[in-house]
Design a protein around this ligand. Structure first.
Ligand code: TEU
Length: 560
């Protein structure tokens, strides 16, 4: 399907590079007949990910908490986000900062306990902000009651069967049951000492040893997850981000990994036997059947699967509502790469009628300012500002990571400050993800910038962040925070953002332009080093001042 009518007129400059070409998605899906009432809220929502340790600390212990989030709801309302995704706040010994859950139906006292969660849900809802939580179904904490029971029980017992215990290989069982590495470094197996003191079985942990993998073939596991889902949904939670949603199911017989399937730490490819096994889809269907009892609730899965056909399986109508597509977050600031990431992300859900999702960063990924900067922070910031206009111009669900609206860069932390388990597990070869998890600067001129009343915060905050506080940026119309606020407001209120299809404009090398087919918003991006001419139209918003009416290098603009 090609609708390039009037595109030539509208895009004199940007059009000059190559012919305008195809559109994506079926034309009929843009029919304005679908009323807002029938469209689920999450289809075009802007989610804001809060990393609770790093957002706002109200208790003064140097670690963020839920009452801190409540205090900042006014800020989030001003920013204009529709929903929050809270990284895990359930009870946890914090070996992986909450991704090791010891009680999924309670809130950790560090974050303020369950009353704080109830207050947050109530206060957020009063401001029309929805609240979603992170669920961690692939593994538990090693302090979970079940794992403590499993260690005390005998091999082959019902308690051991909730996890993945196996005898070791080799004459004395001293070798791990297979050759899988942990995502965080070292083997994916740890040997236990049996209750009688003898060297015992091994248990699987795809992540840290403090995160034993659950055996999803055991019926008790889903029964318990179902209870957890209802527990939070009944308390008013609006949905869940599902951690490692491409995990859970394990392959029959736990075969060894081929050498060519070995990747670096913190990544996996599609054929990695640790992930993306077909049995996972039955689990998602069961989760969905519970969610369907709560018609407004949503699930979004963390799916590190690159093949579009295999990705699509996760967002079939009876599985997850949404799946994170990480292509945009993995793409350099380069016009062709950005276009192909967008096309691929749209194609990934098209075959099953799924909704596209967009994300530039999260708590596992280097911040975009640093990623795009290649050592030049101000250039990285210019590009990050351009990319937020790209992201917010696209049809679908957007996920923002806390601090991106302040243009925060990654922080080079000193060795002694590092806390990500990856640092220890990799034998100090991988610095891990702490650099994108540094607490947010709110106000004032020196650390901790109103984040906390404690002098020491859980990760140290750089003194240079005095330039980047929310307080400073709120007053400055040219700040990144102001750009975010304006862009979000326009996306939510202007009719030009209607519709689900996009059309590409031809554009000169190094440039990119697309239009929302129905609403006709145009987004133009310049990834070259020189200013370029803009398509005709009124500029609604630009990530950098125009230069003699032209789009600056490393910039994007919206036109109507
Ligand atoms: O991440 C799952 C995961 O596979 C990550 O290792 C991912 O591949 C990598 O970070 C990409 O750079 C989730 C959480 O997002 C992460 O924070 C947790 O540590 C992990 O699960 C274990 O629960």
């Amino acid at each position: 399907m090609v609708h390039n009518d009037s595109v030539t007129d509208a895009a004199r400059e940007i059009e000059s590079g190559s012919a305008a070409d195809e559109t994506t998605g079926p034309e009929s899906s843009d029919a304005p007949a679908v009323s807002a009432v029938e469209t689920p809220w999450w289809k075009s929502a802007i989610f804001y990910q809060i990393y609770p340790r790093s957002f706002a600390d109200s208790s003064g212990d140097g670690v963020g908490d839920l009452p801190g989030v409540v205090e900042k709801l006014g800020y989030l309302e001003l920013l204009g986000v529709d929903a929050l995704w809270l990284s895990p706040v359930m009870r946890s010994p914090m070996a992986d900062h909450g991704y090791d859950v010891s009680d999924p139906r309670d809130i950790d006292p560090l974050f303020g306990g369950i009353e704080a969660m109830d207050t947050l849900i109530e206060e957020a809802h009063a401001r029309s902000i929805r609240v979603t939580m992170d669920l961690v179904p692939n593994h538990t904490s090693d302090q979970h009651r079940w794992f403590v029971e499993a260690l005390a029980a005998a091999p082959g017992s019902a308690a051991r069967d909730r996890y993945i215990f196996r005898d070791g290989r080799g004459a004395d069982g001293g070798e791990p049951p297979n050759n899988w590495p942990s995502i965080f470094g070292g083997p994916a197996w740890t040997r236990i000492t049996e209750p009688d003191g003898s060297p015992g079985q091994w248990y699987m942990h795809i992540f840290a040893p403090e995160q034993p993998d659950l055996n999803w073939e055991n019926e008790e596991i889903f029964a318990d997850l179902q209870e957890t889902l209802r527990f939070w949904l009944d308390r008013g939670v609006d949905g869940f981000r599902i951690d490692v949603a491409h995990g859970m199911a394990k392959p029959e017989g736990l075969p060894d990994m081929d050498d060519d399937q070995r990747t670096g730490l913190l990544i996996n490819d599609d054929d990695d036997p640790r992930f993306n096994n077909p049995g996972v889809h039955a689990i998602h269907r069961r989760i969905r059947s519970v969610l369907d009892e709560y018609p407004d609730a949503v699930t979004v899965g963390e799916i590190w699967v690159r093949d579009n056909a295999r990705f699509a399986e996760y967002v079939r109508p009876d599985e997850l509502h949404l799946g994170f597509n990480f292509r945009l977050a993995e793409t350099d600031f380069d016009a062709d790469s950005i276009r192909s990431a967008i096309e691929n992300s749209l194609a990934a859900v098209e075959s099953v009628g799924g909704n596209p999702t967009w994300t530039l960063s999260n708590h596992d990924i280097e911040r975009e300012v640093t990623r795009y900067g290649n050592g030049d922070q101000s250039r990285g910031l210019a590009r990050a500002r351009a990319m937020i206009l790209v992201e917010l111009a696209l049809p679908g669900t957007v996920f923002l990571y806390n601090g991106s609206e302040l243009g925060l860069p990654n922080v080079d932390l000193p060795d002694e400050a590092l806390q990500d388990p990856v640092w220890e597990r990799s034998g100090h070869t991988e610095r891990g993800r702490d650099g994108c998890r540094v607490p947010l600067p709110w106000e004032g001129t020196e650390p901790p910038f109103g984040f906390s009343t404690a002098a020491e915060t859980w990760l140290p905050m750089p003194a240079q962040w005095s330039e980047l506080t929310a307080e400073r940026q709120l007053e400055d119309v040219d700040s990144t925070l102001s750009l975010y606020r304006m862009a979000i407001e326009l996306r939510k209120t202007r009719p030009e953002f209607r519709g689900t299809d996009i059309q590409w404009y031809g554009a000169p090398a190094g440039c990119l332009a697309f239009r929302r087919a129905l609403g006709r918003l145009t987004c133009a991006v310049n990834t070259t080093d020189e200013p370029v001419g803009l398509p005709e139209g009124e500029v609604l918003l630009a990530s950098a001042p125009l230069i003699d009416g032209m789009l600056a290098a490393d910039a994007a603009a919206w036109l109507v």
